[in-house]
Design a protein around this ligand. Structure first.
Ligand SMILES: NC(=O)c1ccc[n+]([C@@H]2O[C@H](COP(=O)([O-])OP(=O)(O)OC[C@H]3O[C@@H](n4cnc5c(N)ncnc54)[C@H](O)[C@@H]3O)[C@@H](O)[C@H]2O)c1
Length: 450
């Protein structure tokens, strides 16, 4: 399957323009650097990967990876046996090696790299163990479960010279790439503030997932699943809905905001930790025993720029990253991108002049027109331009990017340092929520100042 061709063809035909005064026609988006890079590898190179965690996300990653050329799944690890069956079904290989011990995959010399989609509280151990075992790893977002975890992971990647790619797939999206290109070419001028928002309004969106029917302490290694979390008796809801509890997950911050933050960092060409975060929120709608907020607002100081975030599980609203600058704004959405330029100048005489006595007002209008009014037939047009992609959620290109880096050793963009920066923004938002006060980043101690 040639994803590059199919996506580019779609995007050529899908480029469109909207609004009052419009630029129209087909727009050729350049192939994402991930696709450009893939051309450099020898066609015969074949990669064998192992996958750890074949749940909701891991199952998609597994089929996504298998849709790419020259990659092969050599084994799957999961603590729940139902997912061994699922991995065999997805690969179409009833003889696929499966295990409850992910270490079995790390010990195998015939496995080149790992894909990991385990709950957040397992990310650090899996990544550090993989790096120490000499394996490159694609680990799902948010990179870490705590600030300290993230720095250990960065260190393990560096020490072992491993490719670590974090799974916020936005950074491999063609739309995000186009947004980055527009921003760096000055389309909206220097960004002055950013708004990130996303809302859901259904039980599945609020993580009330149905546990697998046969889940029990005999089909699941519950004690190992708990990992660093406090020991509790077997709980099928904790297994399926782990995002609801801070002991396993990172709330709407780590689940949803990390995508928006990663996309924002990529678009703006930033790669850093926010200077401060101030949160407000609560459990307004889903009072099901969770301890993570279902409504979370955050105001960050990111790069000296205010970044406002609204995440809610109570009302559905479009996913949107809006970048405001003196020359207009840029909207990055799930399936589209829109540039709305603004001239930033008066297009008519100032209405303040209506407060002048008549003679003064007439003089002002006359002078203004002489100096500013366009010549007849030469009135300016102002564009509003849109691009449409078929999917903003680019898991396959992101996997493609990872596999290419494993072969070429060319570093990935969303490496452990980037993943750590984006994850720390989420931890700061959560810390501010739980402490009910603004938190600040202290670069000297690499920790929070509260
Ligand atoms: N990039 C995205 O858009 C996206 C979307 C959904 C989930 N995710 C991320 O993917 C990760 C997994 O989420 P999910 O919804 O698939 O969770 P899930 O609960 O559906 O699946 C996780 C699987 O990992 C297994 N597991 C847990 N600890 C393990 C261990 N130590 N060894 C082996 N297997 C282990 C569990 O048994 C389970 O089957 C999370 O980090 C989540 O944030 C990313």
């Amino acid at each position: 399957m040639n994803n590059e061709l199919s996506r580019r063809k779609f995007l050529q035909t899908g480029a469109l323009a909207t609004g009052g005064l419009i630029t129209s026609g087909s727009i050729q988006l350049e192939a994402h650097p991930a696709f450009q890079a893939i051309k450099k590898t020898a066609p015969g190179d074949r990669l064998r990967f192992g996958i750890i965690g074949i749940g909701m996300q891991g199952s998609g990653l597994l089929s996504g990876a298998l849709s790419l050329p020259n990659v092969e799944c050599a084994g799957a690890a999961d603590l729940y046996d139902g997912r061994h069956t699922l991995a065999k079904e997805i690969t179409g290989n009833p003889g696929l090696f499966t295990t409850r011990r992910y270490q079995d995959l790390l010990e195998r010399k015939d496995i080149d790299c790992i894909i990991a989609a385990v709950p957040d509280h397992w990310h650090k151990k899996v990544v550090v163990d993989a790096c120490n075992a000499g394996k490159d790893i694609y680990c799902e977002k948010p990179m870490s479960h705590s600030i300290a975890d993230g720095f250990e992971m960065v260190e393990a990647a560096k020490r072992n010279n491993r490719i670590v790619q974090i799974g916020s797939q936005r950074t491999s999206s063609t739309l995000c790439e186009k947004a980055r290109e527009l921003y760096s070419s000055g389309a909206i001028g220097e960004v002055e503030h950013v708004e990130l928002s996303l809302g859901r309004n259904d039980p599945t969106g609020a993580w009330q997932y149905p546990p697998p029917a046969d889940l029990s302490p005999s089909t699941l290694d519950w004690d190992t699943w708990l990992g660093t979390a406090p020991k509790t008796p077997f709980n099928a809801l904790h297994f399926a809905r782990w995002r609801c509890w801070k002991e396993y997950g990172t709330g709407v911050g780590g689940d949803l905001m990390v995508h928006l933050i990663s996309g924002m960092l990529y678009t703006l060409g930033w790669n850093e930790i926010p200077r401060s975060a101030q949160s407000l929120g609560g459990i307004f709608r889903w009072k099901d025993g969770r301890n993570m907020p279902d409504l979370h607002m955050v105001l960050f100081d990111f790069h000296g720029v205010p970044v406002y975030v609204r995440l809610g599980l109570g009302t559905e609203s479009t996913e949107l990253a809006r970048f405001y600058g003196p020359k207009g704004y840029l909207d990055l959405q799930e399936f589209g991108l829109q540039l709305s330029p603004q001239p930033g100048i008066d297009l008519s005489p100032s209405y303040y002049a209506y407060g002048f006595p008549q003679a003064m007002r007439d003089d002002y209008f006359k002078k203004w027109k002489e100096e500013n009014a366009p010549k007849a037939g030469k009135e300016p047009l102002f564009d509003q331009t849109s691009w449409r992609g078929h999917d903003y959620d680019d898991m396959v290109p992101h996997l493609h990017n990872f596999f290419e880096a494993v072969k070429s050793r060319i570093p990935v963009f969303q490496d452990a340092v980037f993943g750590n920066n984006a994850a720390i923004a989420c931890h700061m938002a959560n810390e501010s929520y739980f402490r009910n006060k603004q938190v600040f980043w202290d670069e000297a101690t690499k920790s929070l100042k509260v």
